[in-house]
Design a protein around this ligand. Structure first.
Ligand code: MRU
Length: 369
């Protein structure tokens, strides 16, 4: 990426979900469908490929969807920088997936920058803005990491043994341009020698926890244990969990948190067992236009993702096997909403914020106005 970051906020990970080499007019992504069994890189050199990458979940995770969307608009303007082409590309990229608000935030930001410009200046400006969005994302996540790190240090001071963090889905570096959100405090704590252990929820149906979070923690040497989604309550009731850190796809003005399906269940179990429940929320994920979470559009995906499961067989082939009798009906909600009353706090780049209208407005007055 063209814009340099202060070294301490550079993610030391041996992988990047999204890369732009210098000023190349293309970006490279890790195809997250192939992880953890294969490391496949795909080059995105046109807007159609960028839209496909989001829709088909070659890339996923709210901040990364935003960044790839922004680069998608730059790619579109390289091909045709007219007003009509700009509007069409914005609409196509915006229609990829409905829930993560970072998509719309990033597309609107790039469009606002390029619209006033002459057509022949638009593409360069769009690439610069996309680079800025990607670079800012890394700095934002690092700041979230530092604020969340204070929570882990505090828990570590009060107990012996590793700090037990439960997470859900993948809100890691693979879902962003670096550090991740919910994972950033864990990665920073591990790096400074605080003993941490992560409970990784497998996250049916697409298994972002089993496939991606477990892979990232393994890449960084962080101790972790996988569990089936339904075991959250038991682990908390047994006292095996000190804190829950999850990501977010959209947070309403009142602090309601929308995240991967199953997050609400974890928040209920956490509340019932007195376990602190935090959502890591970069400010582009805040949606002050929505008063409460019930207004957030919840993506429903194809039933096949529920009826079957994909993995690697003994011959190294990635295959999908069916789990149910033929003709079984399935529903596949991809996200749910955790009411603000169940959220201990929102870990933002500006600090930990109460999940209330007043708390968010006080910390982000320019957005709440
Ligand atoms: O369907 P996905 O994999 O895009 O869902 C991702 C999540 O729910 C993440 O927790 C969220 O986007 C935050 S990523 C930092």
């Amino acid at each position: 990426m063209a814009i340099a970051l202060p070294s301490e906020s550079t993610d030391p990970a041996p992988y990047r979900a999204l890369t732009r080499n210098g000023n190349e007019r293309a970006v490279e992504i890790i195809d997250q469908r192939a992880l953890p069994h294969a490391r496949v890189t795909i080059r995105l050199a046109d807007a159609g490929a960028a839209a496909m990458a989001i829709r088909k979940m070659w890339v996923r995770g709210a901040p990364l969807i935003g960044a790839v969307g922004a680069y998608g608009l730059a790619l579109a303007l390289d091909a045709d920088a007219s007003d009509a082409a700009l509007a069409k590309a914005h609409a196509v990229l915006d229609s990829t997936r409905p829930t993560a608000v970072n998509r719309r935030w990033a597309l609107d930001r790039v469009r606002a920058v390029v619209s006033p410009l002459a057509e022949d200046a638009r593409a360069d400006a769009a690439w610069r803005e996309a680079d800025a969005i990607a670079t800012e994302d890394v700095a934002i996540n690092h700041a979230i990491g530092l604020h969340g790190l204070e929570l882990l240090r505090d828990i570590a001071r009060r107990k012996s043994g590793p700090v037990q963090v439960m997470t859900h889905c993948n809100a890691g570096a693979l879902a962003t341009c670096g550090w991740g959100t919910a994972t950033a405090p864990v990665f920073l704590a591990h790096r400074e020698g605080i003993p941490v252990h992560v409970w990784v929820s497998e996250t049916r149906p697409r298994l972002q926890g089993a496939n991606l979070t477990a892979w990232e923690l393994g890449q960084r040497g962080v101790p972790h244990t996988l569990f089936v989604d339904g075991a959250s309550g038991l682990l908390m009731r047994r006292g095996d969990v000190d804190v829950v850190f999850v990501g977010a796809d959209r947070v309403a003005r009142n602090g309601d948190v929308c995240n991967k399906i199953g997050t609400y269940d974890k928040a209920l179990a956490a509340a019932d067992n007195g376990v602190p429940f935090y959502a890591a929320v970069p400010s582009p994920t805040l949606d002050f236009a929505l008063a409460a979470g019930d207004a957030i559009p919840i993506e429903t995906r194809e039933p096949g993702e529920v009826l079957g499961v994909t993995g690697r067989d003994d011959y190294g082939q990635t295959i999908t096997v069916m789990l149910t009798p033929p003709g079984t009906h399935a529903v596949n909600y991809a996200f749910d909403v955790t009411p603000a009353r169940l959220v201990t706090g929102l870990i933002t780049e500006r600090g930990i914020v109460r999940a209330t209208t007043e708390g968010l407005a006080a910390r982000f007055p320019e957005r709440a106005a």
